[in-house]
Design a protein around this ligand. Sequence first.
Ligand code: C2E
Ligand code: MG
Ligand code: MG
Length: 608
Amino acid sequence: MENNTELIAALENRLSEWNTSLCETEELFSQLASNLPQVFWIWNIRDNAFHYINPAWEKMTGRSVARGDKLEKFFEAVHPDDVQRVIHEADKLPHGGLDHDYRLLLSDNTVRWVHSRTFPVKDSTGVYQIVGIMDDITHRKDAERRLQQLAHYDALTSLPNRTLFYESLRKIIKQAETTQRIISVLFLDIDNFKNINDTFGHALGDELLRQFSLRLLECLRIRDMIARLGGDEFGCILITPDGSSDAGVVASKIREALRRPFALQGHQVHVTASIGISVYPTDSLDADTLVKNGDTAMYRSKKAGRDTYRFFTSEMNAWAIKRLDQENALRKALDRNEFVLHYQPKMELSRGRITGVEALIRWNRPGQGFVPPLEFISILEQTGLINRVGAWVIDSACRQIAEWRNSGIGEIPISVNVSGRQFSHSTLNRDVIRATQENGVDPEMLEFELQTERALRENSIDFDLLELELTESSLMTHAKKTIGILRRLKALGIRISIDDFGTGYSSLAYLKRFPIDVLKIDRSFIRDITTNPADAAITTAIIGMAHSLDVKVVAEGVETVEQFNFLRLQGCDEIQGYYLARPLPAIEISRLLLGGSKLLKPAQSLIS
Ligand code: C2E
Ligand code: MG
Ligand code: MG
């Protein structure tokens, strides 16, 4: 009995010691854990709840997770872009420890990078708890990013550097092995850069390189890559599914973009570049040789007199040189007054009178006679020259309207063809663009709108005497944006017509959304209108539909009396075509307008 009492007392003593030591251990744990700068937590697998999480968590994230909270509460703090990855990686946990980095989104929406180390705790039945410790490694990540930036980007221009250029080119070539894409490498070198450095000093030389790189960026598509290879050398990688001619187009665009002078501390500096182009897979299959060939081609450009581009391969060069010839001649054409407008009259069918003329551009190329627009409009568009030439067309048309009015011939409306590019390309400088954006004005429109408005006002012309013809496809290209632009033009009073209607893919219903005054049925439908029932039916349907939308219809390319009669019967409003007159120089149109009866004889005889 005594023994028993002693035993119990001893046991009680022991138990109390244990309790004290357990309490001490818990106390010790709690003090340690709550003073840890790292986040420390214990999560119970069995009830999917936190057993413990130290105060460092709330301190770091500004969010609270308490004992008993579910795991979802914790994931609220994981950056949405990292959640899936973290969950996926956590799947491995029961098999061993896990080390990984991810981002947290703090309560104030700032982002921190953390390194998390987690490991499973087992008893005889298996894993029942997960313990984790988490460090804030944002500073380390920032430093890594800066190092990465330094290693891969050029400090002056922020463009990718030579290392990243080669790395990317190798990767792109690897992909192209399966996708059959064509890759072009453009090797660019600024002409006479040394002179600029010598004249203006290195600080302004650097400034020029910065501005130059921005100019290059304007000429490239989002999927292209541009890098500073060193000094005044730049490299571009272009990926095209459709052959190498694209690289020539980009090179032309770059040349055109460089026509605008650079502003260096009040000095206007003109800069040109020599460009060499090599193409994968034609010129080489590996990155180093491609760049080397591009460099060789660039030297040929320098030898050819700079401010030009050359392909590495001779066949491509033949094509490029012919095009360059044309391009160079077109650049000079505007300054040398080689463009002229011819005018083709339109006639109202119900009254047999001339309602206006369409201005059609011709290039009076020395030694080659009148070059038709279809041979050069696309080059103007691709090089961006269309903006200047387009402005000239509008200006000339407005002057012609004023001339006819002032000479007593009358107020003759002129319609002018406008390329979609004139709407979507702006040569305004960045400050103006920023200023207009701040005022809610579409900057790309501004230049075209200003030019047009100026031309009309300078000649004191009623705005409704000018009509802009846009093809169906250029209307559809950026339909949403174009609608806005057209509304603004129309609000000014300018008339809008759809050219070559029927050749594009627009649905008739869609047209309702465009503020159109006139629809011109494409010549291809009119040609067989009297022999092909399908064309006749389409034309009749277009006329009916246009009238229901209160839009006037003009038939293009009317050449015969049969076509004329058919259209008149169908209620077409106006016609244009050789039947009436070919496009003619202004002086001959003036004669026609004065002695209109001669021109209108066949039409009038039909009407009367
Ligand atoms: P478009 O605007 O559809 O102009 C009508 C074209 O049809 C003109 O060709 C005209 O000469 C031709 N044509 C007129 N009546 C007849 C006919 O009865 N039979 C035949 N076979 N043809 C006829 P052109 O002058 O060669 O112009 C071709 C295209 O070039 C124009 O088509 C227009 O899209 C574009 N274009 C002309 N001038 C300019 C311009 O100043 N700026 C822009 N962006 N494009 C222009
Ligand atoms: Mg037209
Ligand atoms: Mg047309």
